[in-house]
Ligand binder design. Structure first.
Ligand code: GLY
Length: 418
């Protein structure tokens, strides 16, 4: 099987790393890939992953058998539909089904119709209406751009003026895109959890959950980022995952199916474990980054079999096996991340680390590796428990050096485990 993997982050490097371990996978091609993925197979440059017609044409020219889509933007643009039109199976939802991520208000409507527990929310097209709402409600305020914003669309703040200013941005050009709206959500207190359900339109299979760290600074301080670290497994009350599958994933699959938009792919439920039980604060239509890195590092089953089963309606036939190890991922980010990450810093020390490394914002210039994006790489450590996995991850990160290297020192520290 020749696989085309779309994306360029550490999540995609982890997906590629796991896919090439499958006996069925004979070749992995990535678009556009990164220097880590380039060690696993050819990378294709010069085609925009969001140009879905071009991706479908490329998949045909390269005689690809199966496509795995990493990021949300090509899914929201309809890449699975375009590939289906040319007869190439792809793991991921159609454009219509991907609205669970690409429109927060759509997701809220589906959750409401499905009886899924989620914080109350109000959608506004006009900044003045959003402001009236904010000024007449107590904080904290959760203010979200309705559409895709590359992980930069959400502000959680106790400051009313800041919330109003953010709502203005959400309905403006910065964050609003072509159909600007702002969603203001009731604040839900509790530890967060990322649950990934592999769905075949009718049934679902839950992966082991993980937890990520969204703020840049230790102790969850500073601005939100794409994610600064993660760990798995997560200690949870008995029956919690079954409850999530029964009260969140299955009702949504049923509603989507009844609406004529069956959901195939990974449904990522971002949950807050409140005193009243788990509540969904977001759906994503793709794997989480940086959680995927730790989840796949613990998965012993063949990933390709799982992804293919989702596209053939056979997910109920799959049983997963997991390593009992713990895995911790420390993200190394560039100077200035998340506001204005600097590019071009030379990266050294990769040959001296014994950690599992997944590339993200790196680029190769001749023999040299340089930073080329905000999150530069994921550094993973594993061990029989979280404490030893955490020590292994930080020890593995130690020799890797670049100017301005930024990372959190409290990933999977006992005080940060909710
Ligand atoms: N870990 C957050 C995300 O993938 O959106």
């Amino acid at each position: 099987m020749k696989i085309l993997l779309i994306g360029s982050g550490a999540r995609e490097h982890a997906l590629g790393w796991k896919l090439v371990q499958s006996e069925a996978v004979t070749e992995l091609v990535s678009l556009p890939g990164n220097p880590g993925l380039a060690q696993l197979g050819p990378s294709i440059e010069g085609v925009d992953p969001n140009d879905v017609g071009a991706v479908a044409a490329l998949a045909r020219v390269h005689a690809v058998d199966f496509v795995v889509v990493g990021p949300e933007a090509p899914l929201a643009a309809g890449v699975v539909d375009a590939l289906s039109d040319v007869g190439i199976p792809a793991f991921g939802p159609t454009r219509a089904a991907a609205r669970l991520e690409s429109s927060k208000s759509f997701a809220k409507e589906i959750m409401s119709r499905s009886g899924v527990p989620t914080p109350a929310a109000w959608t506004f097209e006009h900044a003045a209406d959003a402001e009236t709402h904010i000024r007449s409600h107590p904080g904290p305020y959760v203010v979200k751009a309705d559409g895709l914003a590359g992980g930069k669309g959400v502000l959680v703040t106790g400051d009313r003026d800041e919330a109003v200013a953010w709502a203005n941005k959400c309905v403006g050009e910065d964050l609003g895109g072509s159909d600007p709206r702002v969603v203001i959500e009731e604040y839900a207190a509790g530890p967060e959890l990322s649950v990934f359900a592999i769905c075949d339109g009718e049934n679902s299979l839950l992966l082991e959950p993980a937890r990520d760290y969204k703020r840049i600074g230790d102790g969850d301080t500073g601005p939100n980022t794409g994610g600064m670290g993660s760990y798995s497994p997560v200690e949870l009350p008995d029956g919690l995952l079954d409850r999530v599958q029964r009260t969140v994933i299955e009702p949504v699959l049923e509603t989507m199916r009844n609406d004529g938009d069956p959901y195939v792919g990974v449904l990522y439920a971002g949950l807050v474990l409140t005193d009243d039980g788990p509540k969904v604060i977001e759906f994503n239509c793709r794997f989480g980054d940086p959680e995927t890195q730790v989840v796949l590092a613990r998965l012993e089953s063949d990933l390709f079999d799982v992804l293919r089963a989702a596209t053939t309606g056979a997910i109920s036939d799959i049983e997963l096996t997991w390593s009992t190890d713990s895995v911790v991922n420390v993200v190394l980010a560039a100077h200035g991340y998340p506001d204005s990450p600097r590019k071009g810093d030379a990266i050294t020390g990769l040959s001296e680390t014994d950690g599992l490394i997944f590339h993200a914002g790196t680029t190769r210039e001749g023999k040299h590796l340089r930073t080329s994006g905000g999150r530069v790489m994921s550094v993973l450590g594993r061990g029989p428990d979280l404490k030893s996995a955490r020590s292994a991850a930080y020890a593995a990160a130690e020799p890797i050096s670049f100017d301005g290297r930024t990372f959190r020192t409290d990933i999977a520290a006992s005080a940060s485990i909710g």
